[in-house]
Design a protein around this ligand. Structure first.
Ligand SMILES: C[S@@+](CC[C@H](N)C(=O)[O-])C[C@H]1O[C@@H](n2cnc3c(N)ncnc32)[C@H](O)[C@@H]1O
Length: 190
């Protein structure tokens, strides 16, 4: 038997991206990987919008560039090979939505993972850059070594945000085995 609505965190994240992002928006994919979210966002922002997309691995930039080229979406994406903790070196505008997928690139080198320190630095900078009613989505994969530590760091920080400024919500499949990814969403209040 299959679920119809509560399928997986990545699907819920997509639904939120569709609800929030419109033509002309400025958005951020902080963990480009193979470019699934980057391409999805590039479609949503249209010709006048822009997607900033970060990764530290050449293979991520190469795969994503190829995917965007095939889809005819490369013109609205800035592919940046740098750690997301440096986003403020590249983005001056307010950001309408940002997404992180924490963990490793499934088809790549599993020892190259997001790390608590740089992830937290990046998340703090993103919260500064978010526009009013801007949304941060963090999909936390944590089944790998070090994953639990990163999950705790991120959750502890996002739990501590002042509720007068932010609303934070967690989607967690609490009856599933094998550590399915958790989705945390933050909205900056207006
Ligand atoms: C779970 S994968 C992302 C999957 C991606 N959303 C997709 O659509 O394929 C995590 C990615 O984060 C990248 N990464 C790790 N540390 C990073 C950092 N400090 N800054 C930016 N990207 C990083 C990895 O290289 C990896 O490609």
């Amino acid at each position: 038997m299959q679920s119809k609505f509560f399928i997986k965190s990545t699907q819920i994240a997509k639904t939120i991206m569709e609800m929030k992002v419109s033509h002309g928006n400025t958005v951020l994919d902080a963990t480009m990987g193979n470019g699934h979210d980057t391409a999805f966002l590039a479609d949503l922002v249209g010709d006048e919008g822009i997607v900033f997309s970060f990764d530290i691995q050449d293979i991520a930039l190469e795969n994503t560039k190829n995917k965007l080229n095939e889809l005819g979406l490369l013109n609205r994406v800035k592919l940046i090979k740098d750690s997301h903790e440096n986003i403020d070196d590249y983005i001056n505008d307010k950001v309408d939505l940002a997404i992180f997928n924490l963990g490793y690139l499934p088809s790549g080198n599993h020892s190259i993972i997001t790390k608590p320190d740089s992830t937290l630095k990046a998340i703090k900078k993103v919260l500064e850059l978010l526009s009013k009613h801007g949304i941060l989505l963090v999909v936390v994969y944590y089944g790998h070594q070090g994953g639990n530590e990163e999950k705790k760091c991120v959750e502890d920080f996002l739990k501590s945000l002042d509720q007068r400024e932010f609303n934070t919500l967690k989607f967690d499949f609490i009856n599933q085995k094998n550590n399915p990814p958790v989705l945390i969403g933050v909205e900056k209040k207006g």
